[in-house]
Design a protein around this ligand. Structure first.
Ligand code: ATP
Length: 368
């Protein structure tokens, strides 16, 4: 029988401490570079992950997320850079000696073993005493809510239940760091939403630092304490979900995270000078910096009277979502409609002429 890599991390000698957030960095990645031929999968990646943090790596397909996880787990060697876990140089250790576990997208469960045997497998291979294996497997199955299904085989489980088995197997060995590669991607929408909550609860309960890879920004925002946004192998921004959303560091993050209205022009005092006049915003960049964009979220765009308007246009669509409506407004000289989110039902209809404004504090000026 082959050993799955997820089963090879060493056993932590003691129980984990309760999940209290600690400020210090657990993992320090610095100047990590990895190329595959002409493709730069990781390009000078540096970031720090804190103890007991739920950390997400977010970015579009091919941005280097999986490569970064694989380097941390030891299945890939970087061309240069360092990876420290506490004071230990992880790159000097083979995968099975790293106190890190990687949970694969495919779960990679053994089909012929029961749930409890799947979970016990890694501990048994390490020669952990039978009683201890039984106790720990029992505890973990209880934590993930699978005690009643312990005797079933993977084929007799739903997708969400299989996911829990994979999680149980990953946490039973108490790694210091659990890496999860797109852990929810195989699940349908409803189960996925449940498992987002579940993963968060679990991370808190077991007190293990989680690093989750996802290309789904809503998923990252709903689960993570902090998120690193990657694009083209480079870190674009590391921040809390709220900071990413409210103060994106650049155009890529502004566009990738959440829905946004973005206007191009030139940086000016109080915002960005565009073909529609000065659109208000605040900036860290110099008003004389040249080409710039201003970004405003749909919920900050307001319908106003004409005398207070900074933009005007015609409603081309309204969509009602229950709690909110989204109104799409066509503006002369712009390809994409401006989006406005309204609480409840929007008081406008397709064809109406409307006037729009936002507060300067809600416009984010970004260098081009
Ligand atoms: P996805 O969300 O699609 O899994 P990702 O962000 O995880 O993407 P990676 O799998 O890290 O991206 O890949 C980053 C880049 O490196 C991609 O362009 C990919 O094609 C390339 N790459 C990754 N592994 C290899 C490899 N073994 N050989 C050649 N190219 C590779």
């Amino acid at each position: 029988m082959t050993t799955h890599p997820a089963d090879r991390s060493p056993t932590h000698p003691r129980s984990q401490p309760p999940a209290t957030p600690e400020a210090g960095p657990l993992l320090r990645v610095a100047g990590l570079t990895r190329s595959f031929g002409a493709t730069s999968a990781l390009d000078d990646v540096s970031l720090e992950i804190r103890t007991n943090e739920f950390f997400a790596l977010l970015g579009p397909s091919g941005c280097g997320k999986t490569t970064l996880l694989r380097v941390i787990a030891g299945f890939e060697q970087p061309d240069s850079g360092s990876v420290l876990l506490g004071d230990a140089d992880l790159l000097a250790l083979p995968p099975h000696r790293r106190p890190v576990n990687l949970m694969f997208q495919s779960y990679a469960l053994f089909p012929h073993l029961s749930v409890e045997r799947n979970v016990a497998y890694g501990l048994e291979r390490e020669g952990v005493a039978k009683n201890e294996v039984r106790r720990r497997v029992g505890e973990v199955l209880d934590t993930v809510g699978l005690t009643a299904l312990a005797r079933r085989r993977p084929s007799q489980l739903s997708g969400g239940q299989r996911q829990r088995v994979a999680l149980a197997r990953a946490i039973v060995k108490r790694p210091q760091l659990l890496l999860l590669d797109e852990p929810l991607s195989a699940l349908d929408r409803k189960v996925r939403a449940e498992m987002q909550l579940e993963l968060k609860r679990l991370q808190h309960e077991v007190g293990i630092t989680f690093v989750v890879v996802t290309h789904d920004q809503e998923e990252a925002m709903s689960m993570a304490d902090r998120i690193a946004v990657l694009a083209g192998g480079r870190v674009q921004q590391v921040a809390t979900p709220q900071a990413l959303y409210e103060r994106p560091a650049n155009l890529f993050v502004a566009d990738f995270v959440g829905t946004s209205n973005i206007f191009a022009g030139d940086a000016a005092a109080g915002g960005v000078h565009t073909r529609w006049g000065l659109l208000p915003g605040t900036a860290e960049i110099d008003p004389g910096a040249g080409a710039a964009h201003v970004m405003v979220r749909p919920e900050h765009v307001r319908l106003v009277d004409v005398d207070r308007a900074i933009l005007g246009g015609q409603v081309i669509d309204t969509q009602f979502y229950g709690g909110t409506s989204t109104v799409a407004i066509e503006i002369d000289g712009r390809d994409e409609p401006v989006l406005h989110t309204h609480p409840g039902m929007a008081p406008v209809r397709r064809g109406d002429v409307v006037h729009l404004a936002w507060d300067q504090a809600h416009g984010v000026v970004l260098a081009s």
